[in-house]
Design a protein around this ligand. Structure first.
Ligand SMILES: CC(C)(COP(=O)(O)OP(=O)(O)OC[C@H]1O[C@@H](n2cnc3c(N)ncnc32)[C@H](O)[C@@H]1OP(=O)(O)O)[C@@H](O)C(=O)NCCC(=O)NCCS
Length: 291
């Protein structure tokens, strides 16, 4: 199978293809700069993009006609000694969000990795971002056993990094039944919601939108943990940064304690109490099987 072939989506206007020329890569970097609102010093250097691509990285672009509207960039990696890809960038620019383009870019990454015999893609994301959590866990079926405090440092020039750069390190095991089921649209929402209903969350979204923490030793002594997050952290960061920081502190403490105690982040259910309500992660204590 030719892993370099262009893939059309269901949208006849949208084409996902490799970004190969220097001018394509320059446009990708401009899109990165635009989506994260980065200063020149924080954006991927063009020379690094070119070298990475020559060394086997995937630079994929989503095009509406000739307009580049989304990118996905993954470079070859070693995760626990296994060859894989680490996806460093996924971005869809305004006004193209919420149309499934991010999802299609991830599918294109998966297809190319599988064609090369690679079974795993890792990436990181900010666990306070409900949209990313939904895309990663509910739609793609990733798992996570690692929480990293200030992965890119306490802040960068990006507006998206104003509240620190804590990340969940996620693993997408491309050929597993779990991932296959998710890609066929078999979400575990009903089952996960049922489990979440019976748990006292380690971090709970109270009626005023403030995080309330439960007792950590009690929570980690159980088999399952729920950690709630707000439905839209962007809005909170814009209107009430001290509150956004409380969410960072509370979830950082909860994820760190849970992961250190051997919990695996398995699911995320958005809007668990109606449209405007919080979402919740479900963590389970299990034998580590990401290694
Ligand atoms: C993350 C990003 C790439 C997603 O791209 P996208 O094309 O909008 O994503 P999709 O439309 O494929 O999927 C988004 C999903 O999240 C859902 N969603 C949107 N807002 C949400 C929210 N606040 N909470 C939960 N889910 C939400 C959408 O409904 C959609 O799910 P559905 O298809 O089941 O309805 C894009 O938002 C982006 O560029 N963000 C900034 C950069 C970034 O965070 N990159 C990723 C980390 S490196």
């Amino acid at each position: 199978m030719d892993s370099r072939k262009a893939v059309s989506s269901h949208n006849p206007q949208l084409v996902i293809r490799e970004l190969e020329s220097i001018s394509d890569l320059r446009r990708a970097i401009q899109l990165e700069q635009q989506v994260w609102d980065l200063s020149d010093v924080d954006v991927t250097p063009l020379t690094t993009a070119i070298a990475a691509q020559a060394a086997g990285a995937f630079w994929l672009g989503a095009f509406d006609g000739t307009d580049l509207v989304g990118i996905a960039y993954a470079f070859p990696s070693l995760h626990h000694g296994r060859p894989g890809f680490h996806s460093h960038l996924l971005a869809v620019r305004d006004p193209y969000g919420h149309r499934g383009i991010g999802y299609k870019l991830k599918l294109a990454q998966r297809e190319r990795a599988l064609a090369l015999g690679v079974g795993e893609i890792t990436w990181t994301f900010d666990p306070l971002r409900s949209r990313n959590a939904h895309l990663n866990f509910a739609k793609l079926g990733v798992l996570s056993d690692k929480y990293i405090i200030d992965f890119y440092g306490p802040r960068t020039s990006s507006l998206l990094h104003a509240n620190g750069t804590d990340r969940l390190w996620v693993t997408w095991q491309l050929g597993t039944r779990r991932v296959g089921d998710r890609l066929q649209g078999k979400e575990m929402r009903a089952e996960a919601l049922d489990t979440l209903m019976h748990l006292e969350p380690l971090v709970r979204f109270n009626g005023d939108g403030v995080p309330v923490q439960a007792d950590v030793p009690t929570a980690v002594s159980r088999q399952r943990i729920a950690i709630e997050i707000p439905g839209d952290i962007d809005l909170i960061e814009r209107d009430d940064m001290p509150l956004a920081r409380k969410w960072r502190e509370a979830t950082r403490a909860a994820f760190t304690a849970a992961v250190e105690s051997g919990f695996l982040v398995r699911e995320f259910c958005r809007s668990i109490r109606g449209q405007q309500g919080p979402g919740a992660y479900l963590l389970e204590k299990e034998e580590p099987y990401l290694h």
